[in-house]
Design a protein around this ligand. Sequence first.
Ligand SMILES: Cc1ncc(COP(=O)(O)O)c(C=O)c1O
Length: 391
Amino acid sequence: MRRRVYLDNNATTPVLPEVLEAMRPYFGEHFGNASSIHHHGQETRAAVERARESVAALVGCRASEVVFTSGGTEGDNLAIFGLTDSGDHVITSTVEHHAVLNSCKRLAAQGCEVTYIPVDGRGLLDPADVKRAIRPNTKLITIMLANNETGVVQPVAEIGQIASEAEIYFHTDAVQAAGKIPIDVNKIGCDLLTISGHKLHGPQGVGALYVRKGTGLEPMLHGGSHERSRRAGTENVPGIVGLGKAAELAVAGFARGDDCADQTMAATRDHLERELLDIEATGLNGEGAPRVPNTTNIYFDGIEGEALVIALDLKGLAVSTGAACSSGAIEPSHVLTAMGLRPDRARASIRFSLGKQNTAEDVDFALALVSKTVERLRELSPVWPRSEVSR
Ligand SMILES: Cc1ncc(COP(=O)(O)O)c(C=O)c1O
């Protein structure tokens, strides 16, 4: 059987065995509706509330400030549409995930004004630009914590400070940061923060939005009074239990210092990165910026990223050209072009993202395969050798 190595953990992570075990009873004997007052309901209600405590511990907030959602996209939408009205001004960045960018596009169509803060060549925005963009009608700043394509971590605490001084709501999409680096909503100074289960070895289709106490958030879904009337709909109990367990494991990992945030993950990623950068005519996207420890994004001049992804997949290695939802799109990555990459370089870029399940052997397998495949594709490329690549 072909060996398969998965280095696309920013697209989704495998559910950890402990998480699956924690979820299993909630597909079977513990089936109650968490809103029911009888024994079956109380059993699942207790499980949901335990999970809420675990998620709160992951981001440093109170359990009552956690709203369970169907994932990162819903969390971002709830934060953005739940706070804004026509006539409001919103500040975001050019490198956000489409869950934020397309929500902002929709806001603009509904009569809001949106300012997109640019980033520099490292992928970092300047908090001073955020400050300068503030207007009397600015209602919300929404800037991501870690970028899904490059792993670049934005200076969110500085933005939080600016937002708080100006008394403007600050939302951060922490989907790609949760479980990888410690998060504390009070240190960031944000009012809302999105996480998603499947990016931290929990299940797909569940997430959470931190909503600071006192934030006047309008619900998007109307129905029962679930989640303190902030998100109607019967809770996804198995999913929530899985997210809670994943959060608990992440917190325990941070405490032990052997999790994603520690030296092991960073060292494995750095080894992978160093070796890949040894291949001729390559470069690191996001160089010089702080990054989460699991992600590296590298361009291979003279290569079509999509072709490389397909060729590697045929040999058993799963990587990505960037956001999974834009794979197959002809347009180069909006994140990389916002960082000033030439379109051909943006198209020649590949994201490698590690998860807790990956080993040093996985990285060695990837390294051998990538260098061979890049060489072979370059032999076939009409824009190679390097001297013929436009600069
Ligand atoms: C930064 C970021 N925000 C939001 C999302 C959307 O999360 P979900 O897939 O849970 O809807 C993703 C998923 O790729 C992401 O990377």
